[in-house]
Ligand binder design. Structure first.
Ligand code: AMP
Length: 171
């Protein structure tokens, strides 16, 4: 299952010293790599009766929509503050220094809909946990979380409240 790792570019000390950045642009640009990634997600989620895939700005927008199309679901964007035009739910989350917020349209999800949350990387899990809160605020049923890459040493999955977490690659 680790064959996808060959498509990931690791960039040491980016964006700052001590951070190892996992760059998925090298996977996206490669036709085998991109297809394999979506095939893996398909195997995990095609049979889960998912109504909507939720993706976080901005790299969740690269994998969420093709996956949603593939499994016959809708796609819902979660965005940085002030980007969505209609009424939103808003959720703050902790950064290394300070906090930030994510927003989702209140009418994006109906109560009881089956939701899959997708992003490229789960690190500390703060972003994904905030996305989960936004889905719950609408009454959505979180079927699971899907990531291309999980940084397991940061144990982000422990912040996701017990919902199933699937990662294609673990570092
Ligand atoms: P977190 O909220 O800490 O789980 O961070 C997740 C978000 O930050 C994801 O949307 C990733 O795109 C990005 N991210 C965090 N750490 C890395 C990393 N080492 N390499 C690439 N992206 C990262």
């Amino acid at each position: 299952m680790n064959d996808l790792k060959r498509y990931i570019r690791e960039v040491p000390d980016y964006p700052k010293p001590g951070i190892n950045f996992y760059d998925i642009t090298t996977l996206l640009k490669n036709k085998e790599g991109f297809r394999l990634t979506l095939d893996r997600f398909h195997e995990l989620f095609a049979d889960q009766q998912i109504d909507k895939v939720v993706g976080m700005e901005s790299r969740g927008f690269l994998f969420g929509p093709p996956l949603a199309y593939d499994i016959g679901a809708g796609f819902v964007p979660i965005r940085k503050p002030g980007k969505l035009p209609a009424v939103t739910h808003s959720q703050s989350y902790d950064l290394e220094y300070g906090t930030d917020r994510l927003e989702m349209h209140r009418d994006a999800i109906e109560p009881g809909e089956r939701i899959l949350i997708v992003d490229d990387v789960i690190a500390t899990g703060g972003t994904a946990a905030a996305a989960g809160e936004l889905v719950r605020a609408c009454g959505g049923d979180i079927v699971g979380y899907g990531f291309v890459i999980e940084l397991s040493f940061l144990d982000g999955r422990s912040r996701l409240g017990g919902a199933p977490v699937s990662s294609l690659l673990t570092y």
